[in-house]
Design a protein around this ligand. Sequence first.
Ligand SMILES: [Zn+2]
Length: 458
Amino acid sequence: MSLENLEPIVSLAKRRGFIFQSSEIYGGLSSCYDYGPLGVELKNNVKRAWWKAMVQERNDVVGLDAAILMHPKTWEASGHIAGFTDPLVDCKDCKKRWRADHLLEAKGIKPDFRPCEWDKHNVVCPDCGGDLTDVRKFNLMFKTFMGALEDNTSQIYLRPETCQGIYVNFLNVQQSMRKKIPFGVAQIGKAFRNEITPGNFTFRTREFEQMEQQYFIHPDQKKEVFEMWKKARMQWYLDFGMKKENLQFRQHKSDELAHYAAEAWDIEYNYPGMGFKELAGIHDRGNWDLSRHSEYSGQDLSYFDQEKNEKFIPHIVETSDGADRATLAFLIDAYEEIDARSGSDDAKHEKEYVLRLHKDLAPIKIAILPLSKKEPLQNLSNEIQNSLRGTWMTQHDETGSIGKRYRRQDEIGTPYCVTVDFDSLEDKKVTVRDRDTMEQERVDIGELKDYFNSKFYN
Ligand SMILES: [Zn+2]
């Protein structure tokens, strides 16, 4: 099924504790979001699944967790101080701020900000028709100060991308781990960009989390490595249940390539109401990064291949996935509205909601539902929960009809519900219900752990 816009997802995310507006009681902070109790589970599972595929299951990739704050020279070397800017104009009348390139594109004009070019087009404020200021470059990095003095010497930045922490540690990682090229370094962490026009829920936010991997190679290996990562990154989304028809590759045209990139492909997801937009990227960064850091730091960041007796600055193929975007896309992709399918009780509705999340991603793996709140069933269901919670994230729910409780769990994507009824006291069995098939099975309480082991790890 396809949604017309993100509204049902935003609504479910708030109603069920996945994602809240940041600082909501103060009216919210624009484009910042907080992950609620189920959202943090889902996002952690997404990050864990990525780490497992990228680090745990490979011999050629190791992990890193670099600091958000870095030496300011990093951003001179990376080109961000000079080049990471948006062209901005202000309306002299209503004071509204606009992206000059967007205003030109809206008139079908290719943005060109060489001196005098902007003036030629006589662009006015789209809101009030007022005069606009000259174009000025607005750097997208968040500035802050380190130490007690707020002057230029202590000014530093919140990192606008995580990868620079990997480049400056190239030698540390390569030497301490005795890595031979080709090898990769993976990292998950926050990055910050002071975007002028964020939006679309958690799709574009000023604070976001990246899952990036930098693969250091000899330039001769480029073609093969690039294809390997394109395939691997697409397969990862498919392996975790994303529908094939909602995913596509798109190659960047030469005029949209970043300053460091020689070739770039996006994996795009078909977001409701937005169409196919970037979910992940695979980038050929050439040897730009390590060359620049060699130049700016004065440290030789080249690699010596002993077998071939060859010294060179490694090239980099980067894979970049957004943890927030992936979490949002998995949420959207798993979401289904279906006609009422179960129960004839008071809780029956016209519509039911199911999140068909991959089992590894589901925030709650098993819900334990005692049929009664009274003692003997409570004790038994607590025992059952305690026997499972060491291995799986569980939830205990005892309020409302059983049909209502099943639907609550369907709505948050819980793969299995365990119902503890009065027969359980006698036959030592419980009913296990499957979210997707709705099939119910009687399972011996003593065998529950083995049962779920085979369900989750087969
Ligand atoms: Zn105006």
